[in-house]
Design a protein around this ligand. Structure first.
Ligand SMILES: C[S@@+](CC[C@H](N)C(=O)[O-])C[C@H]1O[C@@H](n2cnc3c(N)ncnc32)[C@H](O)[C@@H]1O
Length: 262
């Protein structure tokens, strides 16, 4: 630590601590295009409990795969966005262990919102393709609906550590997809390539599917529309159609893939 507001690394890069209490560890500017509005909408959706069944399952997985004999667990959420998943997970973890929780995202907008929360979590603006952590330092890496970099994940993972990746299943937000795209190709989604790539890079340990319906109302629906990149590429006709008709409930269909070093 240099002084109360900045740190200097071994290569003499200076990193400032933002007023909100997070640190930016990017040495060059980010080209990510996630807007503040999108993250705020995502936070509202998370606060309504939209992803809670997923978070419950993640807490069980962390409990099940905890390394034996360790009292302190290092867990990274790589591509944490506005931080809701890690924050809500932190409230469900067993209290007999000490968890060092770190959330990183390439966007300042996401981390700025994340850092506005209480909770004993370190938030950093950083690139998951150049993770600012030492080799073999994490017991768990979460990677939820975000891009992955398995070379980096493997480097920072402990020998007996686990990558826990969450990917959409074909039914994820299906009602929204169908309303926006009608019969166009984008109405259908397959995660086959993403899962095959994971299996090439990591040793698959377990896969779990989570599927449920989440009820929507007038207040929540616009946030759902704003939070998803699905609505970015839709035709204006398709988008007007969904803004007008509120979909009563939407399917959440996800796969959790757990892997370790090969
Ligand atoms: C669809 S959002 C998911 C965010 C969060 N995990 C969630 O489920 O709400 C994808 C996230 O990946 C982040 N991201 C994309 N490329 C990244 C990179 N190279 N390094 C770190 N984060 C990245 C984006 O900024 C965005 O927050």
């Amino acid at each position: 630590m240099n002084d109360a507001y900045s740190m200097v690394c071994a290569s003499s890069h200076n990193f400032d601590l933002a007023k909100k209490g997070y640190i930016s560890l990017l040495t060059s500017g980010s080209k990510a295009s996630y807007a503040k509005e999108l993250f705020e909408a995502r936070q509202k959706i998370c606060e309504a409990g939209f992803y809670d069944p997923l978070i419950e399952e993640l807490a069980k997985i962390i409990d099940k795969y905890q390394p034996e004999g360790q009292k302190e667990i290092n867990l990274l959420d790589a591509g944490c966005g506005e931080g809701s998943h890690l924050y809500r997970l932190s409230q469900r973890l067993k209290s007999d262990l000490r968890y060092n929780l770190i959330g990183i995202d390439i966007t300042k907008e996401g981390i700025n919102l994340a850092a506005g929360r209480n909770g004993n979590i370190i938030w950093c603006v950083a690139d998951l393709a150049r993770l600012p952590f030492q080799d073999k330092s994490f017991h768990f890496i979460l990677n939820i609906l975000s891009p992955a970099n398995y070379g980096e994940f493997e480097r920072i993972l402990r020998n007996r550590g686990f990558v826990v990746k969450v990917v959409p299943e074909p039914g994820y937000l299906l009602e929204l997809r169908e309303a926006i795209y009608k019969n166009e190709k984008q109405a259908h989604y397959s995660n086959e390539q993403v899962i095959n790539y994971f299996r090439q890079k990591m040793q698959l340990v377990e896969m779990k599917k989570i599927r449920y319906e989440f009820p929507l109302d007038e207040e929540l629906f616009p946030h759902l529309l704003k939070m998803t990149p699905l609505t970015w590429g839709g035709s204006s006709e398709g988008l007007n159609r969904v803004w007008e008709e509120i979909i009563p409930s939407v399917t959440v269909d996800l796969k959790i893939i757990i892997g370790k070093r090969k």
